[in-house]
Write a protein of this length. Structure first.
Length: 74
């Protein structure tokens, strides 16, 4: 089941955009070895991976909380 929680959707979107932008800037950095493109690209890739891990953790905690039975309900 796909979760539509806003924090998870935003984190996944930011992660995808940062990783894609990082790879594009990394290709530019490979063309110009002395420029600052490569460190910026690596920073964007790390930021994107961090956002994806955050979204994964949030979706797993949301899924486990929704599966746990609540006390008092029959």
């Amino acid at each position: 089941m796909i979760s539509h929680r806003p924090d998870i959707v935003i984190a996944r979107s930011v992660g995808i955009l940062c990783i894609a932008g990082g790879f594009i800037m990394g290709m530019q950095g490979l063309d110009h070895p002395g420029s600052q493109w490569m460190p910026v690209a690596l920073g964007l890739i790390v930021t994107g991976l961090t956002a994806q891990v955050y979204a994964l953790v949030r979706s797993l905690t949301y899924a486990t909380k929704s599966r746990q039975p609540t006390e008092g309900k029959e």
